[in-house]
Design a protein around this ligand. Structure first.
Ligand code: MLT
Length: 393
């Protein structure tokens, strides 16, 4: 016998936060309900107009704010030219004018991995543009208590962050943050995936040393086009397998005409690495690679990502260390780059690190200039989008 209900069951409304991109619409929805993390009205009241948190929830799958820098594959050659041109303009600008450019705009740094160069240069770059910065690191925040990347990102957005610089041990984390917050995300290194600002600063360092007819007395850097690095061979040697720096460089430099040689032992450089894209080769013999090289980029062995892999260090040093005899005999005119941290005496000797071919300190300088340009790109695009959105309100 069928069971009869005495009364019709009440339809219960389940609260869902659905994907949307329109902050305005979501704002209306929350303004009539109890305050939640998404409707911090008091925070909205104290923040300047362009930093009012958008009350939207998750953006659609695959959404990346156009001001983001997550992968070098998102940049066209024209974008790279624009970023480097902007970098040169910001570099030439008087510091006092530069400090007005994004005065009081809010930039958050979210670091789940340690960093010296990348963090400091992003932070100082933001400050020199006049922005307010805040640093959240996994060791001194609620992340330690188990807070998710999503909730941390949404909290930063609610506090007025207009863009987030993220370093994370998991490849792809910046995509998640971009989608969850709708903000521009600047990837400061995600796992073994990418490190776009490093590839751009490496490019600028290489260009500064390139003998080029396109350079003028006023401009040390040629305009970027598909052949700007024609004739340049860059050897990237060491732990390629775990290196986001190697990946971003190999995805960027050949698109500008360079030839990239990956060099390292099989355990740190699988044969398939050459398949990353056109213009990339694998050469196991370091001496053979060096003979063809104008630029040599040394990488440390990433101990934190080896996952049980054992390396015979004596053998490694013998075959792959960049030392004086090797460099002077095989590539005496080459410039030497290293993204840092440098492990002196392992992948490179002190003599080379501090020697005349080394441009490692210059890379750090170019890092701060490039990161200013990436921040400018992020903050400009965010302002434009917010202005557009407020017109429709
Ligand atoms: C990175 O963050 O990938 C570094 O700059 C390179 C390294 O950690 O060895």
């Amino acid at each position: 016998m069928p069971i009869k209900r005495k009364t019709a069951p009440k339809k219960t409304k389940t609260k869902t936060l659905t994907a949307r991109t329109d902050g305005n619409e979501a704002g209306k929805r929350h303004s009539s309900s109890k305050p939640t993390l998404f409707s911090l009205q008091s925070a909205a009241a104290i923040l300047p107009r362009n930093t009012v948190p958008k009350f939207h929830a998750t953006a659609p799958l695959g959404y990346v704010h156009p001001g983001s820098s997550i992968s070098v594959t998102h940049f066209t050659v024209k974008d790279v030219d624009r970023i480097l041109t902007e970098a040169a303009e910001l570099e030439a600008m008087p510091a006092s004018r530069r400090a007005q450019r994004y005065a009081k705009r809010r930039v958050a740094l979210l670091f789940y991995e340690s960093s010296t160069r990348t963090r400091t240069s992003f932070e100082l770059a933001a400050k020199s543009l006049g922005a307010d910065t805040t640093l959240v690191s996994s060791l001194s925040s609620s992340i330690e208590k188990g807070e998710s990347l999503k909730d941390t990102g949404i909290t930063l957005r609610s506090l007025g962050a207009e863009c987030i610089i993220l370093r994370h041990p998991n490849s792809g984390a910046p995509y998640l943050l971009a989608r969850m917050t709708g903000l521009p995300v600047l990837n400061a290194g995600d796992g073994s995936h990418e490190h776009p600002s490093q590839a751009l600063l490496d490019l600028r360092t290489i260009l500064a040393h390139l003998p080029s007819s396109a350079k003028t007395a006023h401009n040390r850097y040629p305009r970027i086009h598909e052949k700007v690095l024609a004739g340049v061979t860059v050897t990237i040697a060491g732990d390629i397998l775990h290196s986001r720096v190697a990946r971003s460089n190999a995805l960027l430099l050949p698109r500008l005409g360079a030839r990239v040689i990956f060099c390292g032992p099989e355990s740190l450089l699988p044969e398939y690495a050459a398949g990353i894209g056109p213009g990339v080769e694998v050469e196991r013999n370091f001496d053979r690679a060096l003979k063809q090289t104008n630029v040599v980029m040394m990488l440390r062995i990433q101990k934190e990502r080896l996952a049980g892999l054992e390396i015979d260090l004596d053998d490694y040093i013998e075959q792959y260390q960049l030392h004086y005899q090797r460099l002077t005999a095989l590539a005496p005119m080459a410039i030497v780059l290293h993204p840092g941290p440098v492990i002196r005496g392992l992948e490179i000797t002190s003599e080379i690190t501090d020697g005349p071919n080394s441009v490692i300190a210059e890379q750090v300088y170019h890092g701060s200039i490039i990161r200013m340009a990436l921040l400018a790109r992020a903050l400009d695009s965010n302002l434009k989008r917010n202005e557009k959105a407020s017109k429709h309100r």
